[in-house]
Design a protein around this ligand. Structure first.
Ligand code: ZN
Length: 108
């Protein structure tokens, strides 16, 4: 894969996450326990739903910052090398997760 293709793929993924994050921001009102809401969801359900939404939001924000960092490494000519050891990251690994900053040894 050449840099341009990687950049386009990363930017597309980032834009997709931005759209999802915008949506989440518009939808992140605190749990409402007014009459209409209580008719459909119990308080427990509402809180569980909110916890799951918060987890999804965190995961997307983390993913977005990984993508942003990958774009910066790409611009700096450091893309595709592990940020821990500097070794080249395997192509199969990058194909699976283009934003990964780690080689297989330092992934965990
Ligand atoms: Zn490494």
């Amino acid at each position: 894969m050449d840099d341009t293709k990687i950049k386009i793929a990363l930017e597309a993924k980032r834009d997709e996450l931005d759209a999802l994050l915008d949506e989440a921001a518009a939808d992140s009102a605190p749990v409402q326990l007014d009459q209409t809401q209580q008719g459909r969801l119990s308080r427990m359900d509402a809180m569980q739903h909110q916890a799951m939404a918060a987890e999804t939001l965190r995961r997307r924000q983390r993913e977005r910052s990984l993508i942003e960092a990958a774009l910066q490494r790409l611009a700096a000519g450091e893309y595709g090398y592990c940020v821990t050891c500097g070794e080249a990251i395997g192509e199969a690994r990058l194909a699976l997760d283009p934003a990964t900053p780690f080689c297989i040894l330092h992934a965990r």
